[in-house]
Design a protein around this ligand. Structure first.
Ligand SMILES: O=C(O)C(=O)C[C@@H](O)[C@H](O)[C@H](O)COP(=O)(O)O
Ligand code: ZN
Length: 363
């Protein structure tokens, strides 16, 4: 990607900037800008670390020769987003004698960002975290907004904390080496922003689907910046998900249930969200809220982007429903879903009848 750097500001009590542009992982001054003390811990995974960890370390060290930089590398994949690996990172922080003014750099995709961010939230009750997302999904979504977590066998992201990063530095040049499946997973979260609140953006995605799949620099830069701007605006207004932020969960009640039921080894997060958004649109239809044409529109776009749109075979609807009862949005009044009145008009609906959910799951 050769387009120049862009910045998106995230307002709120702890404001920060999302930096988006090529070769930012080599920008030592930018990387060092958020470092307050003399210690840093770089947390990454075994796929990403060999590609970028030395570069980040060299750039940081050049800008801050006095900085003591340590590294901890975890196994790759969603199945590694566990309490055990979270504990391992905290033990590494202890072994490295990291103090409260240390900075944790989370270098990787959503799993590393969430897990390492959670370790930063908990270590000594909170140290600075700089998110260095290396996947499209992490750039447009998980690195922004401060949601950190690990998964349990019983459910996705069930143990976590809100811990906003000090900065997000998204080096778009790394997308060149991103596997096609990972690119498509990120595009699912991009589509989500259009589906939930910006019909014009969804039209833009209709027009630029081929360019995005071909990794056209300008199209990708535009999609990332627009997605980050959407997310930044929402989390600035509702950082702790008391209201509007729940809209960012469009497709996630179904999606998380699928990921959980598949033991975090089936569909990846973006793919599960793609299927989940179609199911949420179908639920909206079943409840008489939205026209079928809008489901078709969403489904067609996701399919053009190479994403799955149907529930994988062999999943038991009753078991999926049981997972949804432990969804973080569920309350005493029952399940809450993000439904829509049509493209770009999502809303939270409480007390959704389980029978309607089962109808949708049974097709
Ligand atoms: O930032 C948010 O808020 C989101 O819901 C964004 C989601 O895309 C992301 O997957 C998030 O981690 C899900 O959060 P959860 O609270 O449903 O676990
Ligand atoms: Zn998501």
């Amino acid at each position: 990607m050769t387009t120049s750097a862009r910045e998106v500001a995230v307002a709120g009590d702890t404001p920060y900037t999302i930096h988006i542009g090529p070769r930012l992982l080599d920008d030592g001054a930018l990387l060092a800008r958020s470092v307050r003390g003399r210690d840093a811990m770089l947390v990454s995974d075994a796929h990403v670390a060999p590609l970028y960890a030395d570069r980040v370390t060299a750039a940081l060290q050049a800008a801050r020769p006095d900085l003591r930089i340590q590294r901890h590398v975890l196994p790759p994949g969603e199945a590694a987003k566990t309490l055990a690996n979270f504990a391992e990172v905290t033990l590494a922080l202890a072994d490295a004698r990291m103090r409260r003014d240390a900075t944790l750099f989370a270098l990787g995709g959503g799993v590393i960002g969430d897990l390492a961010g959670f370790a930063a939230a908990c270590w000594m009750r909170g140290i600075d975290c700089v998110q260095l997302p290396t996947t499209l999904l992490a750039m447009v979504d998980s690195s922004v907004g401060g949601k950190t977590a690990v998964d349990l066998p019983q459910g996705k992201n069930l143990v976590g904390a809100f811990h906003p990063p000090r900065a997000v530095i998204a080096d778009t040049a790394v997308l060149r080496t991103l596997p096609a499946r990972e690119l498509r997973a990120g595009l699912a979260e991009v589509v989500k922003y259009g589906a939930l609140g910006d019909a014009d953006f969804l039209d833009w995605l209709d027009d630029h689907a081929d360019a995005l799949l071909a990794m056209d620099d300008a199209a990708l830069a535009e999609a990332i910046a627009r997605s980050c701007a959407h997310k930044a605006a929402i989390v600035a207004r509702d950082p702790f998900e008391h209201g509007e932020r729940a809209l960012l969960n469009l497709g996630h009640t179904f999606g998380h249930a699928i990921e959980t039921e598949q033991g975090y080894g089936g569909l990846n997060h973006g793919e599960a969200v793609a299927v989940g958004m179609v199911l949420a649109a179908q639920l909206s239809e079943v409840l008489g809220l939205a026209p079928a044409a809008d489901t078709v529109h969403l489904r067609d776009l996701l399919q053009r982007l190479g994403l799955p749109v149907d529930l994988p075979g062999g999943l038991d609807p009753d078991r999926l429903l049981a997972h949804m009862r432990l969804d973080k949005k569920a309350q005493a009044d029952g399940l809450r879903f993000i439904v829509w009145d049509g493209v770009g008009r999502a809303r939270v609906l409480a007390g959704v009848p389980e029978a309607a959910v089962l109808d949708v799951l049974r097709g």
